[in-house]
Design a protein around this ligand. Structure first.
Ligand code: NAD
Length: 729
C-alpha cells in the first residue's frame, strides 16, 4: 500500500515482506537532498526498521534520475553561518550521515535500485545500502562530484568508497569528483549488478529474498581495507606522497577540497567506521564554512542557474523556438557558432565571400565530429544529421526566412559596415540581427542598420562550440524584444548568457585586457617573463600572458594596438616586447611555431632564447608574491571601474563573464565575489598601495571607496544597486 500520494517517499510493502521506498519529491523535476527530504528519509528508514512485516527494503526513485545530490541552493542560502560554531554546524551536518549509518546497521538488508543518475547524497544513499543494482543506461552518471563545488562527500561517501574498493582506485574518484557510467561503476565494483531498467526492482528484490546479509564487511572484526589502509603500509604512504604533490602541482593550493578530502581519507582509513564518519564530517565543515565552496556554489551553481533560467528576460515577449539562423563570415568564430547551433538542432546558412571559405567553415564541424566519433562520444549517424543542418553559401539570398543573423566577419569597421546593411536587407519579419564583434561599441555599429532596435551584440568566445558563455551587449536603441529573442537563442544552444551595457570592449574583453596589460607591464619593465607566466598560473589563470598572446597571434595584437593608437591620435605608440617580437623578428605565435615560445612538432614549447636580449638590463624588485598580487588586483580594479562606469547591469554577470568567459579563477567566484570576500576596505588599501608603486592599472573609482566606507558590498544583504542597472532602465 502507498500511504500517501503526497508523501515524498512512498512506502509499499509486498506479500514477500519487501518494502519499496520510492523517492519522488513533489514539485521538483529531480530529487535533491535538502533538510526536509532528509527528515522524511530518516522517518522511512526507522519505519521500515521497526515494521515487523518488512524483511528487506528496496530504495528507488520515482523520477527519471535517482537523486541528483544535495540541494546546493539550500547550502548556498545557509552559507552565512552567523554565530554558529563549527561544532554546532558539524552536529547539523552529521545527522544525514547518522541516518545512513542507521540504515546500514539497523539489522535489515537494504538494496538500492538505481534507476537514473545518482550523484553526491544520491550515490551516498546507494553506497550505504547493502546491495546496489543499476539500470543499464550509459547516460546515467554515478559518483561523488562534491570536489567540483569545493566540498567533500560528507554523508559517509569518502569512507564507504575507500572501504569498498580501496584507496588506489577510490581516492582519485573522490579527489577529482569523477562521475562514471554504470558499466564503469561495475568495473570498479562500486555497484553489484547492471540490469535492464525493467528488471531493476525485481533484481533488487531477488537479492533481498536470497542473500539478505545486512552486515557490512567493515563492521566485521578484522576488516582490512582492500590494498591496505594503514600508515604502516609503504603503498599507503607512497600513495599520499604522490597524490598530495600532484594536487599541489595542479591547484597551487587554491582549491582546498582535494587536499582536505585527502586528509579525511588518510585519517578515516585507519579508524573504525563510526569514528571515520565523524572525521569526515569535521573535514566537510572545514570546507563548507570556507570561502572557496561558498564562491563556487554561489557563482558557478546558484548564479549560473539564475542566468541559465533567463531570470531577467522580459516576460511580455513571446518565446522564440529557433529553427533556422544565418552566420555571415565562416572563419574561426563563424564556423564554431554554426557548429554549436547545428548541434542544438538548428539549421544554419553559413555564408562567406567564396564558397570554398564557407565550406571550410563547415569542414571544421566535420573534423570535430570525427574526433568525437573516434573517441566514442558520438556516432556517424548523429554526426551526419548535425552536418546536414549546415548549409555553406555565398551571397545574401539564403538569409531570407531565418530568425537570427549573426555577423562574424573581420574585426574591421569598414567590412562590418558593408556587410550589416546587406544582411539586414534580407531579414524578414521578426528576425533579429547580431554582431560578434569583440570590442566595437554596438551603438556605433548600429549606425549601419536601418532599424537599430533589432540589432544587438552577441559576443562568443573561442572555441565557440565549447566555451559556455555568450555576452549580450545592448546598444542604445536595442529593444527589449530583440534582447529577449537573443536570450532565447543563447538558451537554445545551451550556453550561459550575460547582458551588459554598451561601451568599448564591453565587459569581458576589457576585463581580460587588464590581466594581459599588467602582466606585460611587468615583463616590459624587466620582471622575468617566466616568473610572470608562473605567477599567473599560481593565481589560478588557466594560461599565462605569453601563452595567451601566442595563441591569439602576436601580429593580431600588434595590429589591434596600432589601430587603437591611431584612433586616439598617438603617432608614436610604444609597442613593448610583444609588439617587437612581431615587428622586428616576424614572430607571430603558435600559428608559425614562433612567438614568445618556440613550438616543437609534438606540441612541446620552450621560451625563445632571444627573448632575454629584449629585456631591460635592470630587473625591478618584484618577487612572485608581488607579481601574483599585481595580476589579481589589476583585474579587481578593472572590475570595480567597469561597475562604477555602468558597464554591468548586474554584478552576477560580471562574476560569470569573468570566470566562464575569460579565465578568472573559479575558486574566487568572480571579481565581485572576491572583493566581497577580501573586504572592500582591504581591496581599497591594497589598490592604493599598488597604484602608488605601479600606476594607473590600480586606480579605483570613488564609488568603491564610498562602498568601503559605508559597509556596502557587491552581493548580499548590503548590496549596492549597480549604476549600470540605472543606466539600462
Ligand atoms: P576570421 O578572420 O577567422 O574570420 C572572418 C571571416 O569573415 C573570414 O572567413 C572571411 O572570409 C569572412 N568575411 C570577410 N568579409 C566578408 C564578407 N564581406 N562577407 C562574408 N564573409 C566575409 O575572424 P574571426 O576570428 O572568426 O573573428 C570574426 C569576428 O569575431 C571579429 O569581429 C572578431 O573580433 C570576433 N571575435 C573573435 C574571437 C576570436 O577569438 N577569434 C572571439 C570573439 C569575437
Amino acid at each position: 500500500m502507498t500511504d500517501s500520494s503526497q508523501h515524498p517517499i512512498a512506502y509499499d510493502v509486498d506479500t514477500d515482506g519487501i518494502c519499496v521506498l520510492t523517492i519522488d519529491l513533489p514539485g521538483h523535476t529531480m530529487n535533491v537532498m535538502g533538510a526536509e527530504l532528509s527528515g522524511y528519509f530518516k522517518a522511512r528508514v526507522e519505519q521500515a526498521a521497526a515494521d515487523p512485516a518488512v524483511k528487506g527494503v528496496v530504495v528507488t526513485s520515482g523520477k527519471s534520475s535517482f537523486l541528483a545530490g544535495a540541494d546546493l541552493k539550500e547550502i548556498g542560502r545557509g552559507m552565512d553561518w552567523g554565530d554558529r560554531s563549527k561544532g554546532e554546524i558539524a552536529e547539523a551536518v552529521m545527522s544525514f550521515s547518522l541516518d545512513l549509518r542507521r540504515l546500514e546497521t539497523c539489522g535489515k538488508p537494504f538494496a538500492c535500485a538505481i534507476n537514473g543518475t545518482a550523484l553526491g547524497a544520491g550515490f551516498e544513499i546507494a553506497l550505504a545500502c547493502h546491495y546496489r543494482v543499476v539500470a543499464d543506461d550509459p547516460k546515467i552518471l554515478l559518483g561523488l562530484p562534491e570536489a567540483n563545488v569545493g566540498l567533500l562527500a560528507g554523508g559517509g561517501g569518502t569512507q564507504r568508497v575507500i572501504r569498498l574498493i580501496g584507496i588506489q582506485a577510490g581516492a582519485p574518484l573522490l579527489l577529482q569528483g569523477k562521475m562514471i557510467s554504470p558499466q564503469a561503476a561495475l568495473g570498479f565494483k562500486l555497484v553489484d549488478e547492471v540490469v535492464p531498467v525493467a528488471e531493476l526492482v525485481p533484481a533488487a528484490k531477488r537479492w533481498l529474498l536470497t542473500r539478505p546479509s545486512s552486515i557490512r564487511s567493515w563492521d566485521v572484526k578484522g576488516f582490512k581495507l582492500p590494498g591496505g589502509g594503514s600508515s604502516l603500509d609503504a603503498d599507503f604512504r607512497n600513495f599520499f606522497a604522490i597524490s598530495n604533490s600532484m594536487i599541489r602541482a595542479n591547484g597551487f593550493g587554491n582549491y582546498p577540497a582535494p587536499e582536505i578530502t585527502s586528509c579525511a581519507i588518510y585519517e578515516g582509513a585507519q579508524l573504525p567506521m563510526d569514528l571515520a564518519l565523524r572525521v569526515e564530517v569535521k573535514y566537510f565543515v572545514e570546507l563548507v564554512t570556507g570561502p572557496v565552496s561558498a564562491a563556487l556554489i554561489r557563482t558557478m551553481f546558484v548564479n549560473k542557474g539564475k542566468a541559465d533560467s533567463l531570470h531577467s528576460r522580459p516576460k511580455d515577449v513571446a518565446k522564440v523556438k529557433y529553427t533556422k539562423i544565418a552566420v555571415i563570415g565562416a572563419g574561426t568564430m563563424g564556423a564554431g557558432i554554426a557548429f554549436a547551433a547545428a548541434k542544438a538542432g538548428i539549421e544554419v546558412v553559413l555564408i562567406d565571400r567564396e564558397l570554398a571559405a564557407a565550406e571550410k567553415g563547415k569542414a571544421y564541424a566535420e573534423t570535430r565530429l570525427k574526433r568525437d566519433i573516434d573517441k566514442g562520444r558520438s556516432t556517424q549517424e548523429k554526426a551526419d544529421k548535425i552536418l546536414a543542418r549546415i548549409q555553406p553559401a555565398v551571397g545574401y539570398e539564403g538569409i531570407a526566412g531565418v530568425q537570427l543573423a549573426i555577423e562574424t566577419v573581420f574585426e574591421d569597421r569598414g567590412v562590418k559596415g558593408q556587410v550589416l546593411p546587406n544582411v539586414e536587407e534580407m531579414l524578414t519579419d521578426g528576425a533579429i540581427l547580431a554582431s560578434n564583434t569583440s570590442a566595437m561599441p554596438i551603438t556605433g555599429l548600429a549606425e549601419f542598420t536601418r532599424d537599430p532596435a533589432k540589432f544587438i551584440g552577441m559576443h562568443f568566445f573561442s572555441p565557440a562550440e565549447r566555451m559556455p558563455l555568450v555576452e549580450l551587449i545592448r546598444g542604445r536603441d536595442t529593444s527589449d524584444e530583440t534582447w529577449a529573442k537573443a536570450l532565447d537563442f543563447v538558451a537554445a544552444i545551451r550556453k550561459t548568457p550575460i547582458t551588459v551595457n554598451d561601451s568599448p570592449g564591453f565587459f569581458t574583453s576589457r576585463f581580460i585586457g587588464s590581466f594581459v596589460e599588467e602582466s606585460f607591464n611587468m615583463i616590459n619593465a624587466g620582471v622575468k617573463p617566466a616568473l610572470v607566466e608562473n605567477a599567473a598560473r599560481m593565481v589560478g589563470m588557466p594560461m599565462g600572458p605569453m601563452t595567451i598572446s601566442d595563441l591569439m597571434g602576436l601580429d593580431v595584437g600588434y595590429h589591434a594596438g596600432m589601430q587603437m593608437a591611431k584612433d586616439r591620435g598617438d603617432a608614436n605608440p610604444k609597442i613593448g616586447i610583444s609588439g617587437a617580437l612581431y615587428r622586428d623578428f616576424g614572430r607571430t605565435g603558435v600559428k608559425s611555431g614562433k612567438g614568445f615560445y618556440d613550438y616543437g612538432p609534438d606540441g612541446d614549447k620552450r621560451l625563445w632564447p632571444g627573448l632575454k636580449d629584449l629585456l631591460p638590463a635592470e630587473a625591478p624588485a618584484v618577487d612572485v608574491e608581488e607579481a601574483k598580487t599585481r595580476i589579481l588586483y589589476a583585474q579587481l580594479a578593472e572590475g570595480a571601474r567597469c561597475f562604477a562606469e555602468g558597464v554591468l547591469v548586474d554584478v552576477i554577470d560580471g562574476d560569470l563573464g569573468a570566470t566562464l568567459g575569460v579565465g578568472f579563477p573559479a575558486y574566487l567566484g568572480g571579481p565581485f565575489m572576491a572583493m566581497d570576500t577580501i573586504g572592500l576596505e582591504k581591496v581599497t588599501a591594497e589598490c592604493d598601495r599598488l597604484a602608488g608603486l605601479y600606476g594607473k592599472m590600480f586606480e579605483i573609482p570613488q564609488l568603491l571607496r564610498d562602498m568601503a566606507a559605508t559597509g556596502q558590498t557587491f552581493h548580499g544583504d548590503n548590496a549596492i544597486v549597480s549604476p549600470g542597472a540605472r543606466r539600462a532602465a
